[in-house]
Design a protein around this ligand. Structure first.
Ligand SMILES: C[S@@+](CC[C@H](N)C(=O)[O-])C[C@H]1O[C@@H](n2cnc3c(N)ncnc32)[C@H](O)[C@@H]1O
Length: 369
């Protein structure tokens, strides 16, 4: 199915057509591996995931809608479409959405959920790290009113044993959000050196026993490779013992997932390009679920919202040529107690929002005056 574009956004009349042409060129048959969701949906509405909240319950949806302020003739990029809950809020307000997800199941589910808005939404199977190539092709420089990244995995991904994300559900050790490419967690555990595994567990899992776990994995895999989540979870429990309320494999699973999907790499790449695509006054909202991600976002916004730079060797502060944003929320916003009670998975969420300043040279000039 193709996105159907009506005569919205008259000042941008050409880009929906350019998007269609570009998407046509990217179809797998043309070697691009990109799909605008032409497949039968795996999680079928009316089937197991008919209840929308059963696919994924959107986190901080009211806050996101408030800060992104959607309305008619506004255009948003949702880089993490998931179950489509956040996009639905934008679409219901009359806005248009370019919806990206690297998971085909998410694309298919969202496409069906959002079918009544199909004249204002495109579904694109793509890693959000690559969104600049899409926007460049379609000619949307400084045209976006907002960008949303709701990071991590959806409840559907986490709860589906076959996807291999969960230590509490036995399934193949996969963990790829994009099941069409890349190496699985099982591949990684089979191929990575002990040193590499140690780094992954320490860096991405902040696992204090990284050294012990990596060594034990390398010794064990020589005899029997790790193929299932259940096997790995039991093994890590045996190696580390029970330490706190958390399952001992929690950190190892988080670390593997982050490495398999290069989550921090994708986030950094996406952040670097933000200023180019947002119009002045456009906003970016990012929801993170653990401190490593949140640190990256916080640092990026802090570096690019500081109007002045100062160094001991300088006679005085100078304008920051890379001051692109104004912080809309100063600290990462947490979900309300009511939301956490209704959806415990929201508890670690932090929302950060920033607004694009006028083009940075103008902003820097203004400060200098
Ligand atoms: C937390 S869910 C998003 C839920 C969604 N906002 C909603 O309201 O239903 C995260 C989604 O982002 C996708 N995702 C994570 N990292 C991605 C990336 N680098 N590129 C594209 N999609 C990504 C996952 O596949 C998953 O479907």
């Amino acid at each position: 199915m193709r996105p159907v574009w009506s005569d919205w956004l008259p000042h941008l009349a050409a880009w929906p057509e350019r998007l269609r042409v570009w998407l046509d060129q990217q179809k797998p048959s043309a070697g691009g591996g990109l799909v605008v969701s032409g497949r039968q949906a795996s999680p079928e509405p009316g089937g197991e995931t008919a209840v929308v909240a059963g696919y994924h319950q959107s986190v901080m949806a009211d806050e996101v809608a408030h800060f992104l302020a959607p309305g008619p003739n506004k255009l948003y990029l949702d880089g993490t479409l998931g179950g489509g809950g956040h996009s639905e809020r934008l679409l219901r307000a009359g806005a248009s959405v370019l919806g990206l997800d690297q998971d085909l199941e998410a694309i298919d589910y969202a496409r069906q959920r959002l079918s009544e808005h199909e004249d204002r939404v495109a579904f694109i199977h793509m890693n959000f790290r690559d969104y600049p190539s899409l926007l460049r092709e379609v000619g949307l420089e400084k045209e976006l009113d907002g960008i949303l990244l709701d990071l991590g995995v959806s409840s559907w991904q986490l709860d589906t044993a076959e996807r291999g994300f969960s230590f509490s559900k036995d399934g193949p050790l996969d963990m790829r959000m994009d099941g069409t490419r890349g190496r699985t967690a099982a591949d990684l555990l089979a191929e990575a050196s002990e040193e590499e595994l140690r780094r992954i567990f320490r860096e991405y899992g902040e696992e204090p026993l990284a050294h012990r776990v990596a060594g034990a994995i390398v010794r064990r895999r020589a005899a029997a490779p790790f193929r299932t989540t259940g096997d790995l979870a039991t093994f890590v429990e045996e190696v580390c013992g029970r330490r706190s309320g958390k399952h001992p494999a929690t950190r190892v699973f988080q670390a593997l997932r982050m490495e398999v999907n290069d989550e921090l790499g994708a986030l950094r790449a996406a952040l670097e390009e933000l200023p180019k695509w947002l119009k002045a006054g456009g906003r970016v909202a990012i929801i993170t679920f653990h401190s490593l991600e949140d640190r990256v976002v916080k640092q990026y916004f802090s570096e690019h919202s500081r109007p002045l730079l100062d160094r001991p060797e300088w006679p005085g502060p100078r304008p920051n040529p890379e001051c692109y944003f104004r912080l809309v929320v100063r600290k990462g916003l947490a979900p309300s107690a009511e939301e956490i009670a209704a959806n415990p998975r929201a508890r670690s969420a932090r929302l950060r929002v920033a607004e694009r300043l006028p083009h940075h040279e103008e902003a820097a000039q203004k400060i200098a005056e």
